[in-house]
Design a protein around this ligand. Structure first.
Ligand SMILES: NC(=O)c1ccc[n+]([C@@H]2O[C@H](COP(=O)([O-])OP(=O)(O)OC[C@H]3O[C@@H](n4cnc5c(N)ncnc54)[C@H](OP(=O)(O)O)[C@@H]3O)[C@@H](O)[C@H]2O)c1
Length: 345
């Protein structure tokens, strides 16, 4: 009897230890304790309930930030953010909660991104942290409003345009308040799906053709996240290196990350056997959304001196598992040029 009980206890302990292992590292508690985002403005794309963005908003709002959340369904976004505010108020009676502002932006339509940026610039006079979080995975092989492959359009190009319009505000914020500002992109380990340069979909023609493999298209768009962040980091570094020493220079850190395999709605379009496998394994083997948000929160809060701009992060630390293509400056430049052309069209 005693033996059976001890086996039972061992089983339960292993079960919970395993789950803790799956959830991975959290933001160091000291960093959370020391962080105060009052007065700062954060913009995060895609923060639907049950997702990584939702948990990221919650953490930054609880630290006092004014968080602007871009959603594609305004009515649902307002309801979900109301709920988030209520949850935070009931949990943190003594904390200085920030403010949440919900705005509409459809990342698969560049016109909508343009309109969003226009309204954002009228509403806000600073932007301290931009988190490019929204993303689609394995949606059917459809095209965006501008007839571009949907993963590329939502996960990369919409965010490229967003940064293009808001970059000056981020630079001004850094200079005017003499502080570090951040641009963070939620990428994925899936970016390694692109193994060689021949697979790069770097022409308008290729990008206007629906992809037969959503998994590859998703991976390609996530590689674009890394390439874009690395280009941005280089540009800011060059600006610092060539700046006139008498003129204050903006301190902007750019980072990409893999959140881990997280139990969110991003897998909703997977069907058949894939969906069954997901349902069976999700609860135990996938991170919780809160655990999946840890690296985004960490990058938003950590001092730039402890981070490497252009770096790729996982589990709240730099991860060297990025693909070799992501590091190729010529590929980064090619994507930049193509993205600029596509945004002009
Ligand atoms: N979950 C994982 O295992 C995993 C792994 C690696 C990387 N990621 C990345 O993590 C990020 C967050 O995803 P998640 O897992 O938290 O899933 P999620 O809850 O589905 O979050 C994705 C967000 O993007 C929004 N979105 C999708 N298409 C959009 C569009 N056309 N315009 C504007 N917003 C749009 C979604 O809005 P709706 O709710 O309206 O669709 C949602 O708020 C994504 O970039 C994803 O690629 C996730």
């Amino acid at each position: 009897m005693l033996r059976k009980c001890s086996y039972g206890l061992l089983g339960i302990s292993l079960f919970f230890l395993g789950k803790r292992f799956v959830n991975g590292r959290s933001v160091p508690s000291q960093l959370l304790k020391e962080s105060d985002l009052r007065g700062q403005v954060v913009l995060i794309t895609g923060a639907s309930k049950g997702g990584i963005g939702y948990e990221t908003v919650k953490a930054l709002y609880c630290l006092g930030a004014t968080v602007c959340v871009s959603v594609r369904n305004l009515e649902r976004g307002l309801e979900e953010m109301d709920e988030l505010e209520r949850e935070c108020k009931s949990m943190n009676r003594n904390l200085n909660l920030g403010k949440i502002i919900v705005m509409k932006m459809e990342l698969d339509d560049l016109e909508s991104v343009r309109e969003f940026c226009h309204s954002f610039l009228q509403k806000f006079d600073r932007l301290d942290i931009l988190i490019n979080n929204a993303g689609v995975y394995s949606s059917p092989s459809t095209l965006s409003k501008q007839n571009l492959e949907i993963h590329f359009a939502v996960n990369h190009l919409g965010h490229f345009m967003l940064v293009h319009f808001l970059k000056s505000l981020i630079q001004q914020t850094s200079v005017a308040h003499n502080k570090e500002c951040k641009i963070i992109s939620v990428s994925s380990l899936g970016h390694i799906a692109v193994r060689n340069k021949d697979q790069l979909l770097f022409t308008k023609e290729k990008l206007s053709t629906p992809q037969s493999s959503p998994m590859f298209a998703y991976g390609f768009s996530k590689l674009c996240n890394l390439l874009f962040i690395k280009s941005l980091a280089r540009q800011f570094e060059n600006e610092t290196a060539t700046s006139n020493s008498l003129k204050p220079v903006a301190k902007i850190g750019c980072y990409s990350l893999h959140p881990g395999t997280v139990s969110t709605n991003v897998f909703r379009s997977v069907d058949g056997l894939g969906s069954l496998m997901l349902q069976l394994t999700k609860w135990y083997f996938f991170k919780s959304p809160l655990a999946g948000a840890q690296t985004s929160i960490y990058l938003a809060l950590e001092k730039m001196s402890n981070l490497e701009s252009g770096g790729y992060y996982y589990e709240c630390k730099q991860y060297r598992g990025e693909s070799w293509i992501a590091k190729e400056e010529s590929v980064q430049d090619e994507l930049w040029k193509l993205s600029e052309e596509l945004c002009k069209d």
